[in-house]
Design a protein. Structure first.
Lengths: 265, 265
């Protein structure tokens, strides 16, 4: 049974036009499906409106108690429920979830860790209420999916001790995909700004159609895969080794095209 | 199969101490259960922090598009997910829901209607994105409950055309209770500030232990049930006529006591 799990970032879902286009295309994907979304820009905007300046370190949000309240409101409320209502209007029986709901994503709070700063120095950073995932409990989720429900997951986990935890959406997508791979034939789709992994960063038409695990090290050596793309592809291949059938890296407006983007397998 | 559906208002769930006490007691209720909650005070506070003054007419919130965004953030995000995480910490497998999730509560936007103002005059009021319930789809919900999931429902419905709709929490509780009565033996518990329906409004110890449908008209004639209590009891007896086994009116700190409050049957 084929299942497509699409992960889409905040830039797409926080703009009404690009969100509607995404959901139209998501609705056209055949078979079982799951959507994992971000929402960071809205969280930053609303936090600032509420007088809470946001601090990002090495691209990650420092999440104090008040900021956790804001990301919970924005991810689990504003962004998630808007997507759910819009999918229901497209006859998709969506169910919005945090990781606390049905204990789907059990996590622990990240201990302070050494992080490399922009100037190259190392600094011990306490990211606050940020989660690292221990376990995805996918049994009830898989039952619901088999009954036609489409889970819409926002990037919040919980520690089973009463705290919600702000969690990286890419990681949630990969961990949920791995857990569902026990039941379904899972394709994990990461929406990027580019049309896929490019052989030449300056040429949008140089999309590499397929990268196998065997081919990957050579692409890294040649410098074709580097920077922020490197950990993303490493995570993708981790997911494949953990049972995910394939990972597609594509643009949000091409998620319903079976031959678009870069296929990792 | 006995199911207890507890409806609790915003005053209880928006204060950490009273919320924790409520959830401790809710966790102790035997059998299947559902929680329906409000959150109006937080919504008003956050709306005002965001520079959106709130307008209440005859006790109901006028919900323009921006206010709908705020109530969605607060009810479905902040309040709902805090309750879900706290219940998970108490080994209750909670699932937070709006009416859009799994299409549980399908509604339509309320047409402008004539409302009696405080000064006795009538005025045509458009409450904006406020919902009246058409249908509760309880099949998937009943399946999940039978598997040990405890739904936590916030007062938001949807119109199946992409709009969420702000909806009265008492009405949601009654309609969900009626729909679940097809499968379960439902006790509907409304948490009040008083210990129950009082024979003497000035005497907190004058709780009437039971009111039957046959006894109700006489209590209205005698003026013992009047004011805001009257429509609440009328709705309760409606629910009983629609198949709900009994309705209990009690204080939030007594929901786990089987002989507390007033029992309507």
């Amino acid at each position: 049974m084929k299942l497509t799990l699409v992960k889409v970032g905040g830039a797409i879902v926080e703009n009404a036009d690009s969100l509607h286009l995404l959901l139209d295309k998501f609705a056209r994907i055949d078979g079982y499906k799951v959507l994992v979304h971000g929402g960071g820009r809205s969280a930053t905007r609303i936090a600032e409106q509420l007088g809470l300046p946001q601090q990002m370190i090495a691209g990650r949000r420092v999440t104090d108690a008040e900021t956790l309240r804001v990301v919970t409101m924005v991810y689990a409320g504003l962004v998630n429920k808007d997507i759910v209502a819009e999918l229901q209007a497209r006859d998709i029986n969506a169910l919005g979830l945090t990781g606390a709901d049905m204990n789907v994503i059990q996590s622990h709070r990240r201990a302070p860790k050494n992080v490399r700063m922009a100037d190259g120095s190392m600094q011990l950073v306490d990211y606050g209420f940020v989660g690292d995932i221990d376990r995805v409990n996918a049994d009830l989720l898989a039952d619901l999916i088999a009954k036609g429900v489409v889970p819409v997951v926002c990037p919040i986990g919980h520690d089973a001790k009463g705290s919600l935890l702000n969690t990286n959406a890419d990681t949630i997508a990969a961990e949920v995909a791995k857990a569902l791979a026990a039941v379904f034939d899972v394709t994990l789709v990461f929406c990027f700004e580019k049309r896929g992994v490019l052989r030449d960063a300056d040429d949008d038409n140089s999309v590499i159609s397929t990268i196998t695990q065997a081919e990957f090290p050579a692409l890294v050596e040649q410098g074709i895969v580097s920077g922020g793309m490197l950990p993303k592809l490493e995570n993708a291949f981790d997911a494949i080794r953990a049972g995910v059938h394939e990972v597609i890296i594509t643009r949000a407006d091409a998620i319903d095209e079976s031959d678009a983007g870069t296929r990792l397998c």
